[in-house]
Write a protein of this length. Structure first.
Length: 260
């Protein structure tokens, strides 16, 4: 059935009106989406900024708390009245363990404290406990440093005169084990032939501070146990950025000598 002229006009008006309404609705919907997107971005930015500020404040709080804790522990450790108490040795072992464990990720060289307390201990059990503290911290540091892109020899037995080759690190280590202790000399092919040592390897060494920088890696020698004839050692190599550079007067003297 053919539409009349008036019907065609009405249909045209209806189509045009509906199309216009549809366009208006689409524009309004798009505008709403844009507004919501911008609002979400602003909310995300505010949340990110709050997170950054909270993290910064938390870091400042952690540093301040750490400094206070370190000062308190060290103050207690060196108090004269503490040293005169009946159980002074046990208290100092506990305090030293608190310092060592709470600051295991801080490059603190606690070896002087270990060695000083070791000389003042008279009971073999107490000296063994002291070495246990140092070994615990050393193993925890080694675990973190060897998690990725690292070398770990595992326990190795060496005797005086042994040369232990580590091809993965381009080094060879010569050992001297005797009644005086364990000493090592490291020969490296990294960046040209060079040697480091001989130097003493003790139960109080920690890889975070007691390491040798060789190219992009640091090498740490860990003493697990020893007697007059042999020693059990562990060698780890880890990316240099995992430990801070230390001022080495020998290296500085060598550079100065070479330049002159």
């Amino acid at each position: 059935m053919a539409l009349s002229e008036n019907g065609i006009k009405l249909l045209d008006i209806f189509v045009k009106g509906g199309f216009g309404t549809l366009i208006a609705a689409g524009v309004a919907y798009y505008g709403t989406l844009q507004h919501e997107t911008i609002q979400r971005q602003q909310d995300d930015n505010r949340q990110l900024q709050s997170t950054i500020e909270l993290s910064s404040h938390q870091k400042e709080f952690d540093v301040d708390l750490g400094m206070r804790l370190f000062g308190t522990l060290m103050g207690s450790y060196f108090q004269n009245d503490t040293l005169r108490r009946p159980h002074a040795t046990r208290q100092q072992l506990v305090l030293l363990r608190l310092v060592a464990l709470n600051f295991e990720d801080v490059p603190l060289d606690l070896k002087p404290l270990y060695e000083d307390l070791d000389q003042r201990l008279s009971k073999p059990a107490d000296r063994q406990s002291l070495r246990g503290i140092a070994r615990e911290v050393s193993l925890r540091q080694a675990f973190r440093m060897t998690a990725n892109d690292a070398y770990d020899s595992g326990p190795r037995e060496v005797r005086s005169g042994d040369s232990l080759s580590i091809p993965e690190l381009l080094i060879t280590i010569r050992w001297d084990v005797n009644a005086e202790g364990v000493h090592a000399t490291v020969f490296s092919d990294v960046g040209g032939s060079r040697s480091v040592g001989p130097f003493e390897v003790t139960s109080f060494d920690e890889p975070l501070v007691d390491n040798i920088l060789l190219g992009d890696f640091r090498v740490a020698l860990l003493l697990l146990d020893s007697n007059r004839a042999k020693a059990r050692v562990r060698i780890i190599g880890f990316p240099r950025h995992l430990a801070a550079d230390r001022f080495d007067i020998k290296d500085m003297s060598r550079v100065f000598r070479d330049r002159n």
